[in-house]
Design a protein around this ligand. Structure first.
Ligand code: PLP
Length: 431
């Protein structure tokens, strides 16, 4: 399988090069030249297939023979060695719980898959790769955990000081070894800005081979398709395909779902569930994509003012607006509505949502109110304990720490404090 750049000014590359490069040299995103179609019979037998078998079948056409089959099978097995259950909340909404991985958010799957692929591709090389990421919270933890102790890979994570939750901070500052956390006196946007400058800095690039580990990277983006297959496998009413609501920020996750649908997975409709950062909602109304300054919200992993993966969704539908609109709706949820939803679902159905899942649930509920008789799934993208303040505010009860986290919270934080000053990042990377 070849991947072309959405800007069409770089050469197509194979999966290995796309994984190592991250972004295309022309700053486009890599996109598969053809969308593989599911084999006949795959969906008929899906209920009897183990998760790793499903995942292997889904990803293999994209990887081709660049990773031998047994090795790829082992990579997917290690990637998804935790449950992804579909839990009924009430008669119309089902929660796909993506938070049972090591850092309690859905990004674990992509980070674990990408780190193992990169480790494989770099197995005999002298050269080290530096994964450089800015995080508003969840990405950093998943990347730190996923890449911990991966041979040939150094990880440098920038996070805004005082702006990530205590659990998130421990997840990215306590591992050590090849994981380095830089605590920046600034905002997430400042961190992001510094990372972008590093990618274009000649001196740094002479000294280090930099790559990114956000959902721009195909090896992090593509395995997110697995969730939708696991959801379908557990969906009882196979005659009526589900509507799926995806809490969205950078639009990598939902785009992977649409890709899965285009390869033949039965999904009736997608809902991009957003907070007040409404760029895509506006686009669906006006056909004009206008990036904005991100507004901070309770569902902070979705505070994105210029969703980088949206271009891939346009690519799937070949920039044909009516086609796109028939597959995708969007709904925006305020912080007040998020808190009210957490409360309502907790009191009414005894199910505890995190702020991101709450956005997903309410967007689904609104859609189903206008489509009577349909049922749906929302993705619960993080464990409520990662956002204790919001959840406690909504329910009036404290969220209990799972045992694994209690241990983490005891560990010592190790980070390097830097100013919002590119030169300080640069000297760190050059030393
Ligand atoms: C990253 C993240 C999202 C948004 O996912 P995208 O792929 O960027 O749209 C939603 N919820 C949580 C908890 C996240 O960490």
């Amino acid at each position: 399988m070849k991947f072309y750049s959405t800007n069409k000014n770089s050469e197509p590359v194979d999966f290995m090069q796309a994984t190592i490069l991250g972004q295309a040299p022309d700053k486009g995103l890599y996109f598969p030249e053809a969308i593989p179609q599911l084999e006949k019979g795959f969906l008929q037998k899906i209920e009897n297939l183990p998760d790793e078998e499903i995942a292997f079948n889904v990803i293999r056409p994209y990887v081709g023979n660049e990773i031998p089959e047994e090795k790829l099978f082992r990579i997917v097995s290690e990637t998804i060695n935790f449950p992804i259950p579909l839990v009924p909340v009430n008669e119309f909404a089902f929660s796909l719980e993506l938070f049972h991985g090591p850092t309690l958010a859905f990004k674990d799957v992509g980070a674990r898959f990408m780190s193992r692929c990169l480790g494989y591709f770099l197995r005999d090389q002298e050269k080290k790769v530096t994964v450089l990421v800015a995080t508003s919270g969840d990405t950093g933890g998943a990347v730190a955990n996923g890449f911990y102790d991966t041979k040939g890979v150094e990880v440098v994570i920038l996070y805004p000081s005082g702006k990530v939750s205590p659990v998130q901070e421990k997840q990215l500052t306590t591992l050590g070894k090849n994981i380095h956390a830089l605590e920046v006196k600034g905002t997430f946007d400042d961190c992001q800005h510094m990372v972008k400058s590093a990618f274009t800095d000649a001196e740094i690039n002479k000294k280090r081979f930099l790559t990114s580990a956000n959902s721009i990277n195909v090896a992090r983006w593509l395995p997110q398709q697995f969730y939708y297959f696991f959801a379908y496998r557990q969906w009882q009413d196979k005659k009526n395909a589900p509507v799926v609501s995806v809490p969205s920020g950078n639009f990598g996750n939902i785009c992977a779902g649409i890709l899965a649908q285009q390869s033949g997975l039965p999904i009736r409709h997608f809902i991009a569930a957003c907070n007040v950062n409404d760029i895509v909602s506006e686009y669906l109304g006006t056909e004009i994509l206008k990036p904005k300054q991100a507004v901070p919200t309770l569902s902070n992993a979705m505070d994105v003012g210029n969703p980088s993966n949206f271009i891939r969704i346009l690519e799937i539908f070949q920039h044909h607006f009516p086609e796109l609109k028939s597959h995708l709706s969007s709904s925006c949820v305020s912080d007040e509505e998020t808190l009210a939803t957490i409360k309502e679902v907790y009191q009414g159905y005894n199910y505890l949502l995190d702020p991101h899942g709450a956005v997903g649930y309410l967007a689904l509920k609104r859609y189903l109110e206008n489509h009577l008789g349909e049922k749906g799934i929302f993705l619960e993208t993080a464990h409520p304990v990662k956002f204790p303040e919001a959840v406690e505010k909504a329910t009036g009860e404290t969220v209990e720490l799972p045992a694994s986290l209690a241990e983490l919270m005891q560990k010592e934080k190790k980070s390097v404090l830097i100013d919002n000053d590119f030169d300080q990042l640069k000297s760190f990377l050059l030393q």
